[in-house]
Design a protein around this ligand. Sequence first.
Ligand code: 2BA
Length: 109
Amino acid sequence: MKLLIAIVQDEDASKLISALMGEGYGVTKLATTGGFLRAGNTTLLIGVDDCKLDGAMSVIEKVCHSRKQIATAPTQMMAGMTNYTPYPVEVVVGGATVFQLHVEQFKKF
Ligand code: 2BA
């Protein structure tokens, strides 16, 4: 079994949860914040049997889209600087950032 940790944009989250659940995957949704943009995003925990892993990845890839966003807030890099002028930077966010972890044990009590 594997655990997928999928960080997706809020705009894609609802559709992705519906698509995954519609295909029988279990999903837990966490409200999270990206370190760079300091904007809300959504992290999904998805426990999948090995044989269904590719299917889950396909759903994520199909639903999540990349988007351009403008970062104007001071970033962590600038936080220690005393004299700076923040300027807008265009970044491409997503589709999805997915971590795949091996699950040692899975139990429900
Ligand atoms: P954020 O940290 O808010 O990053 C949003 C987007 O800003 C990133 O999109 C990337 O295009 C850009 N970005 C991030 N750090 C940057 C930097 N130091 N310099 C220039 N541009 C930078 P994505 O790569 O698609 O990431 C979307 C979200 O996924 C991230 O939101 C973060 O919440 C998460 N993420 C991405 N990589 C991660 C990692 N290695 N570990 C943990 N979370 C990660």
